[in-house]
Structure formats: C-alpha cells, structure tokens
Design a protein around this ligand. Structure first.
Ligand SMILES: CCCCCCCCCC(=O)SCCNC(=O)CCNC(=O)[C@H](O)C(C)(C)COP(=O)(O)OP(=O)(O)OC[C@H]1O[C@@H](n2cnc3c(N)ncnc32)[C@H](O)[C@@H]1OP(=O)(O)O
Length: 194
C-alpha cells in the first residue's frame, strides 16, 4: 500500500483554483466564521484562537500559539491539536473560493515536536478543484514563516450546501445562531457569502 493516499492528490484533469473576486484582500484578516469554533472562535477559552489572513492567491497564512492546555506529551503540543490547527487554516480557504466545503480527508505528517509556548506559522493553499472536490495543502513551521517544517498536511475538502450544517447540527446551537440579531454573523456561521 502506498504511503500517500491517492484521495488527497488531484486527478490530472483537475482545474486550477480561482480566487473569487470578492475574496478578502491580500493581508486582510479572514476572521472567525463562528465564535464557538474550537479552531478560530473567540468564545472557546481553550481553543486555538487561530488568526488567519488572506494571501495573494488562493492561500492563507495563520499563526497558532501553543498553550499549556494544548499539550499531549509534557511540554509538547498534542498531534490532534496540530491537525486541528492545519484543518482550520485549510477550512478558511473557503473564503478565498467563496465556496462552502467540509474536510473529507486530512493526511498529516509530523516532522518535528512543537513545544508549548512556540508559535506555529501556518501556510495553506488550494492546489486544484475537480467538481465538488477541493484539494489543498498546509504546512506549519517553527521560528518564523520560513522556519523548519514541524507539521504538514494534504487535504480533500468536499463542497456542500448550507443545508449540511442546518440538517446535521444540534438544534440548540443552530437555533442560537438563527436568533442572532447580527445578520452577517448569522450568515458567516453557516456559509461564506453573507
Ligand atoms: C462555513 C465555513 C466552515 C469552515 C469550517 C472550518 C473547520 C475546518 C473544517 C472541518 O473540520 S469540517 C468538519 C469535519 N468534516 C465533516 O464533518 C465531514 C463529514 N462528512 C460528510 O458530511 C460527508 O461524508 C461529505 C459531505 C464529506 C460527503 O458526503 P456526500 O454525500 O455529500 O458526498 P459523496 O459521499 O457522494 O461523495 C462525493 C465525492 O467525494 C468523495 N468523498 C467523500 N468523502 C470522502 C472522503 N472522506 N475521502 C475521500 N473521498 C471522499 C466521494 O468518493 C465522491 O467521489 P466521486 O464523486 O469521485 O465518486
């Protein structure tokens, strides 16, 4: 069996991704889509509080500061938390495509341990699109945006309709979002084009 799953590699006839004309400008913060998101929301005290900015292409950069509550081994980030950080940065690429999609597959390589207190500098980009399938890759570096690679991932996101969230989410949280008087915040929780 191959070490690389073919599901996360685009087929030869996949199209190059297209940056949406209304995507956030390069350098602009993408912002959290939902305050209770564990990756980027401000309402989760132990969350990752990922700060993501749009790049010039169909790409983003983000920083994640590893705190004691993110440990796996003593003094080191938990691997699942690092995967969450990359997954969330990859998910924010939705805003560059102005598409709604969810993670179908996330294949992660851990190259270096990530100590508590360090900043993971993340870069994520869409590499190809084939129908509903969005192929993307992310890398997390230590010491700066050009530092050594600590973790990387290849991902397959699948485009969905907004109904995916409304039909599958727990009713209490769905209702709370529906009741939000802020129309933009309400729309951002479910979709990418409020
Ligand atoms: C609004 C902004 C949101 C930002 C969120 C950021 C957070 C970070 C992102 C996440 O963590 S999302 C949460 C984790 N992901 C999920 O909960 C997804 C759970 N899975 C599903 O809901 C469904 O499996 C899914 C919507 C992905 C697909 O179901 P569908 O019924 O719509 O599609 P279908 O099963 O017919 O598959 C469509 C194609 O995708 C392929 N596919 C689907 N799931 C796959 C998978 N897991 N691996 C590989 N390929 C997959 C499938 O083989 C098929 O390929 P072909 O068209 O070539 O036949």
């Amino acid at each position: 069996m191959s070490a690389t799953n073919t599901a996360v590699q685009p087929p030869a006839d996949a199209a190059a991704p297209v940056r949406h004309p209304e995507a956030p400008a390069p350098g602009e913060p993408v912002g959290s889509h939902y305050e209770n998101c564990f990756g980027c929301g401000s309402g989760q005290p132990h969350g990752l509080h990922l700060a993501t900015r749009a790049g010039e292409g169909v790409n983003v950069t983000a920083e994640f500061t590893v705190r004691p509550e993110h440990q796996g081994a003593p003094g080191l980030a938990h691997g699942g938390i690092l995967a969450t950080a990359l997954d969330d940065a990859l998910g924010s690429l939705n805003w560059l495509l102005r598409t709604i999609s969810v993670t179908g597959r996330l294949e992660t390589d851990y190259r270096r341990p990530v100590p508590v207190g360090s900043v993971l500098h993340i870069a994520a980009e869409v590499t190809a699109v084939a129908g509903r399938k969005i192929y993307a890759t992310a890398v997390g570096r230590l010491g700066g945006p050009e530092g050594p690679v600590a973790v990387r991932a290849d991902a397959l996101f699948i485009e969905v309709k907004v109904d995916h969230f409304i039909e599958n989410g727990r009713k209490e949280e769905i209702q709370a979002v529906m009741d939000d008087p802020d129309a933009v915040r309400q729309a951002r929780a479910f979709e990418v084009n409020p």
